[in-house]
Write a protein of this length. Structure first.
Length: 372
């Protein structure tokens, strides 16, 4: 194999690939990327057995062929080469090595046989639809912060994506929860998503897809079965296993009788929470909200650091209430509210609170209170 590629194109492909490769691997081949050059394109593949990414990039190929090379080392080399440089990559006979040249730099790396590289299982993905990258970004950003990191409750370690109906209208919903907070977003059901099974997309796949669509405006192709999901993003294909578990009945934890409505200017509220929480103990970061007639007092205290109090104007007409929340969770939610006004719907100090963006009813958030 011998090819010539522009440093920026190589770096982009390797950045996506090495992100999938785990730093610590008990199986050596999983630390490598598969490089396959033919027909004027270089295909870079990486996998951790659950998640596989393939990206094709135009190159000048003088000798087609394939090899594997250490993912993170190759990425670090490309990252440190001069911007705009031409890079020549070739395999070195039967020595089991790959040579990379750019300018006056030459790197020789060990390889592993390509037949050791695992290939993702095939199988049909019967449900397919398109989603604009902008909508997929919104779906991920407004739910992923609530994904659980507790591995024992593995069925909460992803975003639950499913087709359902809202007010008799077909919608697609994305839901994430860690037991302390819940995020639910819905959008019109995309064409082709009718009849799709409810699937739990793992956290790592969610994060990798979000990186890939960060600055693009095109449509993303999504195809899935009950076991796998595939995202097609330009020249990149990312395929992931789905979490094999049952997502809990989230509708049961969304309260329906919360009739005390608090409306706050979202940005000043978030800034006040951030300031007041500076004083609270690092572990719980608890902030108390004392809500009265058109007034909200935020307070926090710590045996070691002291106390903090801040009052802001709000719209509130119901009975006074004092309720505590984890400040970090409050900030995570308010960061997703794009409108000016956040709505808090309370029942009492012990019951879950609903938080909404008044300008966008497509997302709702549920937050469990804390004792303060």
């Amino acid at each position: 194999m011998k090819l010539t590629i522009e440093r920026g194109a190589l770096l982009k492909s390797l950045a996506h690939a090495q992100s999938v490769v785990e730093r610590r691997n008990t199986i050596p081949i999983l630390g490598n990327v598969l490089l396959d050059a033919r027909d004027g394109r270089l295909s870079v593949t990486a996998t951790d057995m659950d998640l596989t990414i393939v990206e094709a990039t135009p190159v000048s190929t003088s000798e087609p062929g394939s090899t594997t090379a250490p993912a993170h080392t190759l990425y670090d080399i490309a990252r440190k080469l001069a911007e705009g440089a031409e890079v020549v990559i070739e395999t070195k006979g039967d020595s089991g090595q790959i040579v990379l040249r750019s300018g006056r730099s030459t790197f020789t790396l060990s390889t592993l046989p390509t037949d050791e590289f695992p290939f993702a299982a095939g199988g049909e993905l019967p449900h397919g639809f398109m989603l604009p990258a902008r909508e997929l970004r919104g779906l991920i950003d407004r739910t992923r912060f609530a994904i659980s990191t507790e591995e024992t409750r593995y069925y909460l370690n992803g975003i639950y994506l499913h087709a359902t109906r809202s007010n008799k209208v077909p919608v697609m919903r994305a839901v994430a929860t860690d037991g302390h907070r819940l995020a639910r977003l819905e959008m019109p059901l995309p064409t082709g998503a009718q009849g799709m099974p409810g699937v739990i997309v793992p956290r790592k796949a969610v994060n990798e897809v979000r990186k890939l669509i960060d600055d693009m405006d095109a449509d993303v192709g999504i195809a899935l079965s009950e076991a796998r999901i595939r995202f097609t993003i330009g020249d990149v294909t990312l395929t992931s296993k789905l979490i094999d578990g049952t997502f809990p009945d989230y509708e049961r934890v969304i309260p329906t009788g919360n009739d005390r409505l608090l409306e706050v200017d979202c940005r000043p509220f978030a800034a006040a929470v951030d300031r007041v929480s500076t004083i609270s103990s690092e572990k719980s970061r608890a902030v108390k909200l004392s809500v009265g007639s058109n007034s909200l007092v935020l307070s926090a205290s710590s045996p070691d650091a002291g106390s903090a109090v801040e009052e802001i104007e709000v719209s509130y007409k119901s009975e006074p209430i004092e309720i505590g929340f984890n400040a970090r969770y409050l900030l995570d939610i308010t960061q997703q509210i794009e409108g000016d006004v956040a709505e808090f719907c309370f029942a009492d100090a012990q019951a879950p609170t609903i938080i909404r963006d008044r300008a966008d009813p497509s997302a709702i958030y549920v937050l469990m209170p804390m004792r303060v």
